[in-house]
Design a protein. Structure first.
Length: 329
C-alpha cells in the first residue's frame, strides 16, 4: 500500500470479531485503510491544538475518539438504520510538527489535497484538533476540486479574527478562507452564535463580507429545522459543493464540559445531531469536521461522546444518501 503523504497510521490497533456475534461495535466495523479506493467515508485525525487562542488539549481528541469505538454499535435505533453496509476506513493521523504551526497547517492542506486526488468519491471526516484545521483542510480540497464551495459552520464564534493580530489560529479559519479566495463570504453560513463570545467589530466585518449569521437565540425561537432549511436553500442557489464544520463549543456548557470555550445558552446536542444527519444525506456535502474537544477538561468522555454522535448521525445521513438503508438495500 502506498501511504498518503503527511498521514501516519491511526493511534488505535483495530481488533475485530471479539465478543457477542450479534452485536457489531464501531471497533468491529471501522477498519484501517488497506490502500483500496472503493469505500464511502474516511476518518482522518488532525491532532493539533497549539494554534488555539485559549489553552487546549484538543490534540488528544483523535486518540480518545478512537478509544471509544468499542463503546458504540453501528445501529441507529431511532431510524432503524444499521451502518454496516457503509464502508468506513481510518486513514490515520496527519503528521504534526512539534512547534511549527504553519508547518502543521501545510501538512493538513497537502494531506487533504492528496486525499481528494486519490480518493475523489470518498467523504473525508476530519477529527480535530482545534478549529484552525478547517482552513487548510478545505483549501486542500478546493485546490483539487476547483468548484465553488460553501461552508456551513456550527459555532458559538464567528472565527473571523484578523490574522495580523496573532497569525492563523482557531479564531481565524473563516476569515482565512475568505481572504485567500477559497470561499466567498456569501457562501458561508454560521449557526449558533452566542452573546458575549464575539465582538461588534467582527460581526460588522462578517456582515460586510456577506456571511449569513444565525444566533443560538434564533435557533431556540425558530427551531433548528427552519434555520437549517434556510441555510441549505441559500447555499443551493450559489455553490456546487459544501463543507460542514462542527465546533462542539456551539453547544451549551452543561452538555460539553470538555471544550476550551465553554458558555451558557448554546445549542442542544439534539440540534447538532439533527443537522449532522440532514447534511450527511445532502449530496452536495463533500466533507465534514468536528473540532475543539479537549479530553483533558472532560468528565467521563461526555464531550467526545457527543462528537462521536455527530459523526454517527452524519454517517446515518450518508447511508441514506447512498441508498444503503433498509428501504433501499
Amino acid at each position: 500500500m502506498k501511504q498518503i503523504p503527511y498521514l501516519q497510521r491511526p493511534s488505535l490497533v483495530y481488533t475485530h470479531g471479539q465478543g457477542d456475534p450479534n452485536v457489531t461495535r464501531l471497533s468491529d466495523w471501522i477498519t484501517e485503510w488497506d490502500g483500496a479506493e472503493s469505500f464511502h467515508a474516511a476518518l482522518i485525525g488532525a491532532p493539533l491544538s497549539k494554534s488555539s487562542i485559549s489553552f487546549s488539549g484538543a490534540h488528544m481528541h483523535p486518540t480518545v475518539f478512537r478509544q471509544l469505538f468499542s463503546a458504540f454499535t453501528t445501529y441507529n435505533f431511532e431510524d432503524d438504520v444499521d451502518l454496516l453496509p457503509l464502508h468506513v476506513r481510518d486513514l490515520g493521523d496527519i503528521v504534526m510538527h512539534t512547534t511549527d504551526i504553519p508547518q502543521c497547517h501545510h501538512n493538513i492542506e497537502h494531506a487533504f489535497e492528496e486525499v481528494a486526488k486519490r480518493l475523489p468519491t470518498v467523504v473525508p471526516c476530519l477529527i480535530g484538533g482545534d478549529h484552525s484545521i478547517t482552513y487548510p483542510a478545505l483549501t486542500g480540497l478546493q485546490r483539487v476540486r476547483g468548484e465553488r464551495i460553501g461552508l456551513i459552520q456550527f459555532d458559538a464564534h464567528l472565527d473571523v479574527r484578523d490574522t495580523a493580530s496573532g497569525g492563523r489560529s482557531n479564531g481565524t479559519p473563516v476569515r482565512s478562507l475568505m481572504e485567500t479566495g477559497v470561499l466567498r463570504g456569501e457562501d458561508v453560513v454560521t449557526i449558533g452564535l452566542r452573546s458575549f463570545a464575539n465582538s461588534k467589530q467582527y460581526r460588522t466585518y462578517a456582515e460586510q463580507q456577506g456571511v449569513t449569521l444565525y444566533t443560538a437565540k434564533q435557533v431556540r425561537e425558530r427551531g433548528i429545522q427552519t434555520i437549517l432549511e434556510e441555510a441549505i436553500d441559500k447555499l443551493k442557489q450559489n455553490v456546487d459543493v459544501v463543507y460542514a464544520t462542527f465546533d462542539i463549543d456551539v453547544l451549551d456548557q452543561s452538555d460539553v464540559p470538555g471544550v476550551p470555550a465553554i458558555g451558557p445558552g448554546g445549542l442542544s446536542p439534539l440540534d447538532l445531531f439533527y443537522c449532522a444527519e440532514v447534511l450527511g444525506a445532502w449530496d452536495r456535502v463533500i466533507a465534514m469536521d468536528m473540532v475543539c474537544v479537549d479530553p483533558n477538561r472532560d468528565t467521563r468522555d461526555r464531550t467526545t461522546r457527543i462528537s462521536m454522535h455527530v459523526l454517527l448521525y452524519f454517517l446515518t445521513g450518508l447511508a441514506k444518501r447512498l441508498r444503503l438503508t433498509p428501504d433501499h438495500v
